[in-house]
Design a binder for this molecule. Structure first.
Ligand code: C5P
Length: 225
């Protein structure tokens, strides 16, 4: 049986990949399946939390039992949903793959090959939602970020990740080493869990539910402090 160590804790989890529209039929998207975020939401609910799951696009995942599901298509919609849900949460987890850029304009009609502009896509930076949530965090709120890093070595990956944790200001950073049957479009994940106090531990290769348990163990420890 799972521990009930999140009993009554309000948790907000974002999941999936945003889609940034170009015109009525096209978007900029990414390969996030949503599985890790959904596993986090499901596990938190099983451990007693009151969970809001803010979901961008997924591979058609069903809503986990006992979770409030809110849909968000674009980064800006996801941002609004996170700011609405987070103020009275004890824990906020940004597992969504948020597009860093969106098309600067959304064409009202489908862009045609014959349109005179040879390069019709110009991009605008999306807000960094995680950094914003850290900036307005409630006292005692625990904030968890994700990082999908590539590098020549584990030391490389961890160095980037440590810098990201500092820059973003969150309490925990889940680091996925991308590639080789891990992270995107797979059932399994592996990586490290970095904490703001300098802690660092590996998460062994396993199911996304297994990774979710490790993450909630670390969060529960922080809450109890
Ligand atoms: O900087 P990078 O995109 O690698 O950071 C990943 C973390 O930041 C994830 O937790 C992701 O959900 C979050 N993020 C965000 N807003 C963005 C981009 C990423 O909240 N525009």
């Amino acid at each position: 049986a799972l521990p009930r160590d999140l009993e009554g804790v309000r948790v907000v989890v974002s999941a999936g990949g945003t889609r940034e529209p170009l015109d009525p039929v096209r978007y900029l998207g990414n390969r996030s399946s949503g599985k890790q975020g959904y596993a986090l939401a499901r596990t938190a609910a099983q451990r007693g939390a009151r969970v809001t799951l803010v979901s961008a696009h997924t591979v058609g995942l069903p809503a986990p039992a006992g979770v409030d599901l809110v849909h968000a298509g674009t980064a800006e919609e996801l941002r609004d949903a996170m700011h609405a849900a987070s103020p009275n949460a004890g824990v906020v987890v940004m597992a969504a793959a948020v597009a860093d850029f969106r098309p600067s304009t959304r064409a009202e009609y489908k862009i045609k090959k014959t349109d005179s502009d040879p390069d019709p896509v110009s991009l605008t930076r999306n807000p960094d939602i995680l950094a914003e949530l850290v900036a307005v965090r409630a006292p005692g709120q625990v904030i968890v970020g994700f990082a999908a890093e590539t590098g020549d070595s584990n030391a490389d990956v961890l160095e980037h990740a440590r810098a990201k944790l500092k820059r973003k200001g969150c309490d925990l950073l889940v680091v996925n080493a991308v590639g080789e049957g891990r992270a995107f479009e797979t059932e399994d994940n592996a990586g490290w869990l970095l904490s703001a106090d300098g802690g660092e531990r590996p998460i062994e290769l396993g199911s996304k539910a297994h990774m979710a348990s490790d993450i909630w163990d670390a969060v529960a420890q922080l809450i109890q402090q």
